[in-house]
Design a protein around this ligand. Structure first.
Ligand code: PLP
Length: 397
């Protein structure tokens, strides 16, 4: 075990700024390292562990499935995949069908392909995305991110992406430029400072798209699966997109991506596919996550815990005015804008010292993505640790 860090450094490509804390196990929002030190996890694996760590139902569901069939390929009927698609469609209340893949970028690639094929007959192919958006790291989805820093090194990129400063500019652009087929956006930008789009602007974008036969693609890779408090942020915003993409929280830690659309006749057999997408293991996990969170929502516990978290968040922002500017985000996808990047780096480091895991986002924003099942006690413990970290920083300012 001693030289694990060295092995990692010697054998893994250095694409991550790795923290070498050796975590061994967890329990909901609590994580334990190799020395049995307990941490509160306000990151949930960057919005993935929607049921926290070691959720008994999820462990049981995937263990049972593992003892039967893990994978067969999409050539054959996959019981859990069919049931997961039905559950997703019914809970979302959209008349859609689903394509399953393995990650957020794949869900978005699929959305881009649907849009491109939909636009083929009218010779429209351009997709407008919004400033500070993040849609993935494949060559196409990197180009879809409206951030210059993403477009270095890997040229040539596919053509046909336009970048707008905001929703109003996206509408203007779609009117002025020819050949626009879709507008793609996150309702709550995850990497872009945990910024929630204004509802009235989103509603006017929806009607503009409908009136002009332009597809509205909503990237819910981070905001989906009850993170906003509703199954989808699209439900919360009361819109009906043409395409919705999901990943992260859907599998609760087992990789799965999903692209939902009401354009059910666009793809024909052979137009798209995935070896692993929605296999027995992943869709069993997805089904368990949805069933668990559906009852969590129905019992009112989710709304009550989100309300509790919000109160703590607002309090900590108000009580630390030398450090914080304002809170942002919705539900369990929250941010606190800090005065500058240096302060943000200090907070993350000090929080870690006080055994609290937090994330950063763009625009010097501290990002909090706790498990959807976090308890009030875990919320309390997390905020006490955050305040202890902030006390040390305040003392140094
Ligand atoms: C909104 C959004 N879209 C797409 C992605 C890409 O997902 P993945 O890393 O699973 O490919 C992410 C990942 O952070 C995301 O937050």
């Amino acid at each position: 075990m001693d030289n694990l860090e060295q092995i990692d450094k010697d054998y893994i490509l250095h694409t991550y700024n790795r923290d070498y804390t050796h975590f061994t196990h967890g329990e909901n929002a609590k994580l334990y390292d190799i020395n049995k030190e307990m941490y509160i996890d306000f990151t949930s694996g960057i919005g993935v562990n929607s049921l926290g760590h070691n959720n008994k139902s999820l462990v049981e569901a995937i263990s049972n499935q593992a003892s039967k069939i893990l994978h067969l390929s999409n050539i054959f009927l996959i019981e859990s995949q069919a049931k997961l698609a039905k559950k997703l469609v019914e809970l979302s209340m959209y008349k859609m069908r689903v394509f399953f893949s393995n990650s957020g970028l794949e869900a978005n690639e699929c959305a881009i392909k649907i849009a491109r094929k939909y636009g083929e007959s009218s010779n429209r192919f351009k997709i407008i995305t919004l400033k500070n958006s993040f849609h993935g790291r494949s060559i196409a989805t990197l180009k879809a991110c409206a951030q210059d820093k993403m477009h270095k090194h890997f040229a040539p990129f596919p053509e046909g992406f336009l970048y707008a400063e905001n929703i109003n500019e996206a509408i203007k652009m779609a009117k002025e430029r020819k050949r626009v087929i879709a507008i793609m956006l996150e309702l709550i930008q995850g990497e872009g400072g945990v910024y929630a789009m204004p509802k009235d602007e989103v509603k006017s974008l929806e009607s503009f798209c409908k009136n002009n036969d332009i597809l509205l693609i909503i990237d819910e890779v981070q905001s989906g699966i009850y993170r906003s408090g509703e199954l989808l942020a699209s439900n919360l915003y009361e819109i009906s997109p043409d395409i919705i993409t999901l990943a992260k929280g859907l599998g609760g830690g087992v990789p799965i991506g999903a692209t939902m659309t009401d354009k059910i006749d666009i793809f024909e057999v052979g137009d798209h596919g995935s070896t692993f997408g929605g296999n027995f293991l992943a869709s069993t996990a997805g089904l368990c996550v949805l069933e668990t969170l559906e009852s969590f929502k129905k019992s009112n516990e989710l709304d009550s815990n989100i309300h509790y978290f919000s109160k703590q968040l607002e309090k900590i922002c108000k009580n630390n005015q030398k450090i914080f500017i304002d809170v942002s985000g919705i539900g369990f996808m929250r941010g606190i804008k800090t005065k500058d990047e240096n302060l943000l780096a200090m907070i993350i480091k000090k929080a870690k010292k006080h055994h609290l895991l937090v994330l950063k986002s763009g625009n010097a924003t501290l990002r909090l993505l706790p498990p959807i099942t976090i308890t009030k006690d875990e919320i309390n413990q997390g905020f006490i640790r955050l305040q202890n970290a902030l006390d040390e920083i305040n003392a140094e300012l």
